[in-house]
Ligand binder design. Structure first.
Ligand SMILES: [Cu+2]
Length: 458
């Protein structure tokens, strides 16, 4: 087989190069057109699935740019409902964060919005609708964003692996039960069709090929435990941010919106297989399988170096930090009696009538006043406590936080963390980005049903 160099792959995967001429925006801009499209999601014996996608595809086009670049992305909305795009994990100007009602107006049908992003950090990010996101993401409004390091590690292929969870009807159409109270009050909307979309799509691998795999969980609610067979390697980044010390790769458990970058070598021999396996309870489901063919190279390459760090501060102390509790309550089996919503205290029955089932610090829905107001440069510790019966994938906009570990050290930079029932964990960050930023559960059913708040940096 042909050995692809990194350069060839970059060229082949450049999103703009794949766009038909009609989708070109102004010079220097990339157009993202949100609209309905039909795609063959499941086997050919089923009809095509009507999805909502960017540029008629799901996932949308991969946006790829070098670190430090300015990128202009023009959203055009051809959907029947308003939309907006959030650039998940990117540390960008607040006005470009894509949150309707907070950083911009939702873009109505026929409308446009120009996102002007300066890409400070290299790594694996993604973009998705942030308006009616539970429905819009479930219908397919997301895509991958890759920001390339100036000196990326040498690999044979650089592949994105998008983990999707679709809830489809027997006619292979997206089930439209978005107001399903059981989903909203429990673990969220679980699909019945899980797949890993790998791009560029491989047909086979060769022995000792070195791969960079960028895994992204785009599911609205499902936690994805995934393992790989036929390869060995390391986790080199989480949520886009390089790990100071790569971790040996075993099982990867990704909450909604979490990412990992892996660098792995194909250790299966000719005649063997490379598998992507999804795990549920004691069963592994093979999502993808590829034959290992050809002579490949004779031996594995040496252990790799960590990725170059991104220009984000590493915390060393929280002595002068503001400590802010963030208590998660509510949901089924949660025992919540009442909560505030739109400035009023409501009983659980009244909250349910409003479709509000989850609270942060006793408040459901987006409060009028921020969780905190902080000055630029201040260090904040979010003390997260999960007093519910379900895990939550807590996501912060605007910057990344680091877990404050028991020995006083700090975990990797993350923008989304899974917090399990009963856990109490501290996450610290330096408020370095002015504006209004959301904190919410990225299980979009929970976010829809109340689990969100915000803070302001001045
Ligand atoms: Cu949640």
């Amino acid at each position: 087989m042909t050995t692809l160099t990194r350069r060839t792959i970059l060229k082949g995967a450049a999103a703009t190069a794949l766009l038909p001429a009609m989708l070109r925006a102004n010079p220097g801009e990339t157009l993202l057109r949100a609209g309905a499209a039909n795609v063959q999601l499941v086997e050919a014996e089923y009809p095509a699935t009507q999805v909502w996608g960017f540029n008629d595809s799901v996932p949308g086009p991969t946006i790829r740019a070098p670190q430090g670049a300015q990128t202009l992305l023009r959203l055009r909305n051809d959907l029947d409902q308003a939309t907006a795009v959030h650039w998940h994990g990117l540390r960008i100007d607040n006005a470009m964060d894509g949150v309707p009602g907070m950083t911009q107006d939702a873009v109505p049908r026929g409308g446009e919005f120009l996102y002007d992003l300066t890409l400070r950090d290299a790594g694996t990010y993604w973009y998705h609708s942030h308006n009616r996101s539970m429905e819009q993401v479930a219908r397919g409004l997301y895509g991958v964003m890759v920001v390339d390091e100036p000196e990326a590690p040498e690999v044979d292929r650089d592949l994105t692996v998008v983990l999707e969870d679709w809830r489809l009807t027997s006619e292979a159409q997206v089930s439209d039960d978005f107001d399903n109270m059981h989903d909203l009050s429990h673990a969220g909307r679980m699909g019945n069709f899980i797949q890993a979309v790998i791009d560029p799509a491989p047909t086979e691998f060769a022995p000792n090929e070195r791969l960079r795999l960028r895994l992204i969980n785009v599911a609205t609610d499902r936690i994805m435990p995934v393992s790989l067979r036929g390869v060995e390697g390391w986790i080199v980044a989480r949520d886009g941010m390089p790990l100071r010390t790569p971790e040996p790769l075993e099982m990867v458990v990704l909450g909604p919106a979490e990412r990992v970058d892996l660098i792995v070598d194909v250790t299966a021999e000719t005649g063997g297989e490379v598998l992507v396996v999804f795990h549920q309870r004691d069963t592994g489901y093979v999502l993808n399988e590829y034959p290992v063919t050809g002579p490949g190279t004779e031996s594995r390459r040496p252990m790799l170096q960590p990725l170059p760090p991104n220009p984000i501060a590493n915390l060393t102390s929280t002595d002068d930090a503001r400590k802010v509790p963030l208590l998660m309550q509510g949901g089924a089996m949660g025992g919540l009696q009442e909560g505030r919503y739109k400035g009023k205290t409501l009983s659980m029955r009244e909250l349910v009538a409003e479709g509000q089932l989850w609270t942060l610090n006793g408040e459901a829905g987006l409060p009028e006043t921020p969780l905190i107001e902080v000055s630029r440069g201040e260090t904040v510790v979010l003390s997260m406590g999960n007093d519910t019966a379900f895990p939550h994938a807590m996501h912060m906009h605007g910057t990344h936080f680091q877990e404050v570990l028991e020995d006083g050290t700090f975990g990797p930079h993350k923008d989304t963390v899974l917090v399990n029932p009963g856990e109490a964990r501290d996450f610290a960050f330096v408020a370095d980005n002015p504006g209004k930023w959301l904190i919410h559960c990225h299980m979009l059913s929970h976010q829809t049903a109340g689990m969100k708040t915000w803070f302001r940096v001045t």
